[in-house]
Design a protein around this ligand. Structure first.
Ligand code: NDP
Length: 474
């Protein structure tokens, strides 16, 4: 049992203002594995005070110095990489191999990448004006549980590089990796107040941060519901609010596509992390002429997605993060059946042979129509909906017929045609024929998927204010 009984505020591990704790449950074993403080509004306020006090010096520090701190943080985390991966598998349930790569190596690459991104701070001349970039101020980072360290790093690394100071509130379901990050912050001796960690619930700590007048910006990743709430609260003091929210992303397979490659990649993308991925391709759009073949291939392909103990090294999918999430996903599967979609594989029952753990079977539905609940709402579980279309016009219409707009995929043998369709899709990232992962390309949503961008230069720019210094005309 891991007991974390302090919060990291102003460069020190301090006792929380309240007595309550939050338990962390291993979703594979259903056992309580850790307890962390349930921070309060008073803790949030203390952290904001510390961040505010540290801001001026941190913002004024030479850029190279801030970059060097990021390198130290990356090195400190690297030294504990295996511990981190194991911790994330224990709190989240992602298979350990994937936790090593996606949940650990990738966030470390991102910190390193930002530490090298010094050329984005150039001043600009616009006629007689000198345009300079300055840090926005104190940033509250509110993060979810599905890629816990990755989402922390996507906010904290560019914010620190930009010269902002931060207060981090991680998800109460997966706070342990954030505590390890704070350990590293303490070890390397980052100046007091630059990074602060307050664990606690969204309602208590998250809302206190979103309300706090000394917080200049909220960088939030999570549900559209909570994103809307922090926007409302932040509006009172006109905070900048960057939101990375949910999705219902379409994989649009055109009639000349390599069907087998498209289906294999879509299943992978939809099921990874047991479907708990904001940009998961959860709607597979196929032309009517290829529909029967697509259905057969998807049914066959889904069999490869074995479910089981995430520490065991065999299974491709672990459990979902919590009993609540498992129930949500099961309810969606039942709703799909009740609304007339055809279940090809999977279902809402506990997978065979796994009595314990919040597992859900990888599930594929066909004969899904665009108005069904499973085609419209973010399920956040391993559930794929296959939808057929008549022609390209209808395909684009269905793809865009969603409240969300985070990501999409287009498959076609003709790259120009795929590009033309990609341009018509209202989404922040569109992958063509399995487009490669890119950790410096902008990532973020249109419509109710959010309003900011993370990753690379665009992710850094979120944390800048832009100032024009006007000189007299010569
Ligand atoms: P939430 O949006 O509730 O959680 C994300 C973060 O926001 C957590 O740190 C949470 O705190 C915090 N939070 C929650 N409510 C508030 C609030 N009122 N004010 C400030 N902060 C708040 O996601 P859930 O865990 O409830 O997941 C529900 C659904 O959200 C999922 O099924 C999925 O559809 C979607 N989701 C999308 C994600 C994405 O990457 N786009 C990530 C996670 C979820 P707390 O610690 O209390 O949870």
């Amino acid at each position: 049992m891991i007991i974390r009984d302090r919060l990291y505020i102003d460069g020190q591990w301090v006792t929380a203002a309240g007595q309550k704790t939050l338990q962390v449950v291993n979703p594979a074993t259903e056992e309580v594995i850790a307890a962390v403080p349930a921070g309060t509004a008073a803790d949030a306020a203390a952290a904001v005070r510390a961040a505010r006090a540290a801001f001026a010096d941190w913002a004024a520090a030479p850029l190279e110095e801030r970059a060097a701190w990021l390198k130290k943080l990356a090195a400190g985390l690297q030294a504990r990489a295996e511990e981190l991966a194991t911790l994330i598998t224990a709190e989240l349930g992602m298979p350990l191999d994937l936790s090593r790569s996606i949940q650990t190596a990738m966030p470390l690459d991102i910190i390193e990448g930002y530490a090298d991104m010094l050329d984005c701070f150039q001043d600009e001349h616009i006629d007689s004006a000198l345009v300079v970039r300055e840090p926005v101020g104190v940033v509250a980072c509110i993060t979810p549980w599905n890629y816990p360290l990755l989402q922390v790093v996507l906010k904290v690394a560019p914010a620190l590089l930009a010269g902002c100071t931060v207060v981090l509130k991680p998800s109460e379901l997966t706070p342990l990796d954030a505590f390890l990050l704070a350990d590293v912050v303490a070890e390397v001796g980052l100046p007091a107040g630059v990074f602060n960690l307050v664990s606690g619930s969204g309602e208590e700590v998250g809302e206190a941060l979103a309300r706090h007048p000394e917080v200049d910006m909220i960088s939030f990743t999570g549900s559209t519901r909570a994103g809307r709430r922090v926007s409302e609260l932040g509006a009172a003091t006109i905070k900048r609010v960057a939101l990375e929210l949910g999705g219902k992303s379409p994989a649009l397979v055109l009639d000349d596509a390599d069907l087998s490659a498209a289906i294999e990649a879509t299943l992978d993308n939809c099921f990874i992390n047991s479907g708990q991925t904001c940009d998961a391709m959860t709607r597979l759009l196929v032309p009517e002429a290829l529909y029967e073949r697509a259905v057969a291939m998807a049914t066959e392909g889904a069999k490869a997605f074995t479910v089981g103990d995430p520490m065991g090294g065999e299974a491709k999918l672990g459990p979902l993060v919590s009993a609540r999430q498992q129930q949500r996903v099961r309810d969606y599967i039942q709703k799909g059946i009740a609304e007339g979609a055809q279940l090809l594989c999977g279902g809402s029952e506990q997978p065979a042979g796994l009595e314990l753990g919040y597992y859900v079977q990888p599930t594929v539905f066909c004969r899904v129509t665009p108005e069904m609940t499973i085609a419209r709402e973010e399920i956040f579980g391993p559930v794929l909906s296959i939808i057929s279309y008549k022609d390209e016009e209808e395909a684009v219409r269905i793809a865009n017929d969603t409240d969300y707009g985070l990501a999409a995929a287009v498959w076609s043998a003709d790259e120009q045609r795929a590009h033309a369709v990609a341009r018509r899709l209202r989404a922040g990232q569109v992958a063509i024929n399995g487009g490669a992962d890119n950790l410096i390309a902008p990532f973020g949503g249109y419509k109710q998927s959010g309003n900011g961008r993370e990753m690379g230069r665009y992710g850094l720019e979120e944390f800048f204010e832009v100032k024009a210094i006007l000189s007299p005309q010569k």
